[in-house]
Ligand binder design. Structure first.
Ligand code: SAM
Length: 368
């Protein structure tokens, strides 16, 4: 056996990398707690304060807050003044950590680390025995998904996504039939339904709890032009009923994505459009390595998106199935004029637009 000669510098660099990985994972959990307890929101804009003052302001137990502040200080998220015994959240940091930061609030996404950790043993079991972890093992998934996609879309859907669509806002204003497949808690559809009362919207999903939430939100918003239907996307069974179909992050974790896309094609009227929003990735691993969130994307895939699909005997496309495969699958279903585009407010997703041949096709509503 030949002797392995170690590059000591490379070993030392990897040691530092591994240490950073362990600290990063730990801090993601603490950031998740900072979000859930409202500690970041409390500290934003607060003058330097002691742990007691911060705990009082947040209505929390001081001992826990002090330990959390220690982790935040060690992680260089919070500044600490030892003589004064005070802590402060710098404004440069709060812009990425608070609810006021809107779509830039990264602590929302930190919650995925603890959510995925809850199924670690079951995923390990699937590594050994195949299969996957079904949706019901993630009781908080739909709530977190609604929070994270709501955060992303609330400000961008109408001003940035709608102009990508054929006919843009004008067509939705006039009144068309729209389907959202894998609608989850219906954040996107309810926002569209409130904004375009002359159009009619139908959301499809299999998650009963999410659909109940979507219906409750529709009622609270007074949306009478939207319905939410419990149905397997692989058996949509609709025939030329819609002018526009959308799916937001809902193809890659399907058990049967080809059947879903074929069902969407059949559900559209000739000339209808499909907006398929999927994680921004290439279908080739080596082309994803420079993406800022690549490790997170493959982790979420292993621990949720891929495994839920495999749990139902599905394809297990994975979160990073990528634009090349997406374009191929859309083309195989019969879609034409497939275009991969995007919006400024959402750097993490591709916005694929595809058209069903035939009919009168409106021009897209883009102004740029
Ligand atoms: C990643 S979530 C996206 C939810 C929503 N579009 C959003 O952006 O918040 C994927 C959604 O697909 C739904 N889904 C998965 N398999 C499905 C199936 N076979 N039929 C219908 N919906 C399905 C899930 O219940 C979940 O709501």
């Amino acid at each position: 056996m030949s002797e392995v000669r170690l590059d000591k510098e490379r070993s030392a660099a990897f040691m530092a990398n591994m240490t950073g990985i362990m600290n990063g994972g730990a801090l993601a959990l603490m950031c998740s707690i900072g979000h859930k307890t409202g500690l970041f929101d409390t500290m934003a804009g607060m003058a330097p304060a002691t742990s007691s003052e911060i705990a009082d302001a947040a209505g929390l137990d001081e001992r826990y807050v002090r330990e959390w502040l220690a982790a935040m200080t060690a992680g260089e998220i919070v500044d600490h003044d030892p003589p004064a015994g005070t802590y402060v959240l710098p404004a440069e940091h709060s812009g990425l950590l608070t609810r006021a930061a809107g779509p830039l609030n990264l602590t929302t996404y930190c919650q995925y680390v603890s959510l995925l950790g809850q199924v670690e043993d079951e995923v390990v079991d699937a590594f050994r025995n195949g299969g996957g972890v079904p949706y019901e093992r993630y009781p908080q998934f739909q709530t977190l998904m609604a929070e994270s996609s709501g955060q992303r879309l609330s400000q961008a859907l109408i001003p940035q996504v709608v102009p990508l669509l054929p006919g843009g806002a004008e067509r939705l204003d006039t009144g068309i039939d729209v389907a959202d497949i894998g609608c989850g808690s219906g954040r996107a559809l309810n926002l569209l339904a409130s904004t375009y009362p002359r159009s009619r919207f139908t959301g499809f999903d299999i998650a009963r709890g999410a659909l109940d939430q979507a219906r409750a939100d529709a009622e609270a918003a007074g949306n009478t032009n939207v319905e939410f239907v419990e149905r397997d996307a692989a058996q949509l069974g609709e025939d030329a009923r819609f002018d526009l179909a959308t799916s937001f992050d809902a193809v890659h974790d399907q058990a049967h994505p080809d059947a879903m896309i074929a069902g969407i094609f059949a559900a559209l009227r000739p000339g209808g459009a499909y907006l398929c929003v999927e994680p921004k990735a290439s279908s080739h691993l080596h082309e994803n390595l420079d993406l800022p969130m690549a490790p997170m994307m493959y982790t979420i895939s292993t621990m949720h998106c891929m495994t839920v699909s495999l749990a139902y005997g599905g394809q297990g496309l994975g979160t990073a199935w990528g634009e090349q495969l997406a374009v191929e699958k859309l083309g195989n279903a019969g879609f034409v004029e497939i275009e991969v585009t995007g919006i400024k407010a959402d750097r993490a997703n591709h916005y694929l637009l595809a058209t069903k041949p035939g009919g009168d096709r409106p021009h897209h509503g883009r102004t740029t």
